[in-house]
Write a protein that binds this ligand. Structure first.
Ligand code: NCD
Length: 340
């Protein structure tokens, strides 16, 4: 695809060659993401970071990625303090903000809403999650993480086995990741979910149409045996209309160190888009796994920076100029930020 000026709304836009291009640029971004060097290639550019749903890592990492390229960021959070609370349409909000900024990131509770933002402007719009729809940048950073954790090039992703566990109906990250992985060959997908929270048929069809191996089960232990990657997800509380409905599934799946060590292969990587629900009764990914060498969740969040930097650099058409303004970073930063 032609990235210059493009909006990134769905993983459907990508072919395998595009993924390679994004990952090549992301690899170039690592020295900036790792705080060794700094670049000013987006100096003067402004990002509008509009989040109408709760977020910590996506909002901050989009902003930090733009900052690390030398650009500035203007954030809004929630509906309450935005003009949408006064009845403003998506069209008007998008057009107005586009006059102030050079690129938009939008998260919105309704599927398709980010597309509407993009329809109302010619500046690039990046989907930061649209309700239960998609989360394309998360899928990219997830795939980047899978490749790095297993020391694989993109071509070697063919043949991968992955168990996705939890709320597969409402989880936009697993929707996008499944579609992205379906671009490869011979993927073994094991979808572990209660019957009511199964992966939607449209996404299953996508995987089926390309002859991947698909298993659906409610049994987590069955699902986690013999896979390269476990991708745990949170039950998406905010997508249930009745609290008692949500309560039925809360805590149904929980992976801890003992379960992992008893049932998984030694090289199975453990991933989760985060946030994990660490409250008692939920705990889908137990804290006793913290510090385990195969727990990839914080490397996964770290990977959000080079991936999002790459996308910004590509849609703003400066990917080949990033190093032109490179300097060494001179501030103190500990060698490792991990305390365990
Ligand atoms: C996810 C999301 O918002 O879809 N978080 C994220 O962006 N990393 C997952 C979730 O909320 O469960």
């Amino acid at each position: 695809m032609n990235f210059k000026g493009a909006s990134i709304l769905s993983v459907d836009q990508f072919e395998r060659a595009d993924l390679q291009q994004i990952f090549d640029v992301a690899t170039e971004m690592e020295v900036y993401a790792n705080h060794q060097k700094l670049t000013r290639v987006l100096e003067g550019a402004v990002l509008g970071n509009l989040f109408f749903e709760p977020s910590t890592r996506s909002r901050v990492s989009f902003g930090a990625a733009f900052n690390r390229l030398g650009g500035e960021v203007r954030d809004t959070t929630g509906f309450t303090f935005s003009s949408m609370a006064k009845g403003e349409s998506i069209h008007d909000t998008s057009r107005v903000i586009s006059g102030y900024v050079d690129c938009l990131v939008v998260r919105h509770p309704e599927e398709g809403a980010v597309q509407q933002f993009a329809d109302a402007t010619n500046i690039p719009v990046i989907n930061g999650g649209d309700g239960p729809g998609e989360h394309p940048t998360q899928a990219l950073l997830d795939l980047y993480t899978v490749a790095k954790e297993h020391g694989k090039n993109l071509d070697e992703i063919d043949g991968l086995s992955i168990a996705m566990i939890g709320d597969l109906k409402h989880g936009r990250t697993v929707h996008s990741l499944t579609k992205l992985l379906a671009l490869f060959d011979n993927i073994s997908f094991t979808f572990v979910a209660p019957d009511e929270l199964r992966m939607p048929d449209g996404i299953l069809e996508r995987a089926r149409s390309r002859d991947h191996n698909i298993t659906e089960t409610e049994d987590m232990i069955e699902g986690i045996k013999d896979v390269d990657v476990i991708y745990m997800t949170r039950i998406q509380e905010e997508r249930f209309s009745a609290p008692e409905e949500f309560a039925k599934y809360r805590g149904k799946y929980s992976l801890n160190r003992a379960t992992y060590e008893q049932h998984c292969r030694e090289n199975t990587a453990i991933m989760h888009p985060l946030p994990r629900d660490s409250r008692p009764g939920a705990n889908e990914l137990d804290n006793d796994l913290n510090g385990h060498p195969k727990l990839a969740i914080f490397r996964q969040t770290d990977n959000g920076i080079p991936i999002r930097m790459a996308l910004f650099a590509m849609v703003m058409d400066v990917a080949d100029k990033v190093h032109d303004t490179a300097r060494d970073a001179i501030w103190y930063r500990p060698e490792s930020i991990d305390t365990n």
